[in-house]
Design a protein around this ligand. Sequence first.
Ligand code: SF4
Length: 80
Amino acid sequence: MTTGTAEGLAVDMIKCDGHGICAWLFPDRIRLDDWGYALVDPAPLETHGQRRAARAAIRACPRQALQPVPGPAPARSVAS
Ligand code: SF4
């Protein structure tokens, strides 16, 4: 991930296996659906803390299902 450019976080639902580690590491932007699969807030990661938490979630995902994307992510969105 680069700094200075807003990026989003996206989840590949084909790869996601519902381990839930990502939501534990980045609860501000990732929550789990009723089956334990990741729901990712597609809003850009604006702060250093958000980008750091996103990187931790990306690294921790055992399925490599999380990816940084430029701008707002076209991921499953979270109803707020
Ligand atoms: S850690 Fe990876 S596999 Fe587990 S819920 Fe999150 S995105 Fe899906």
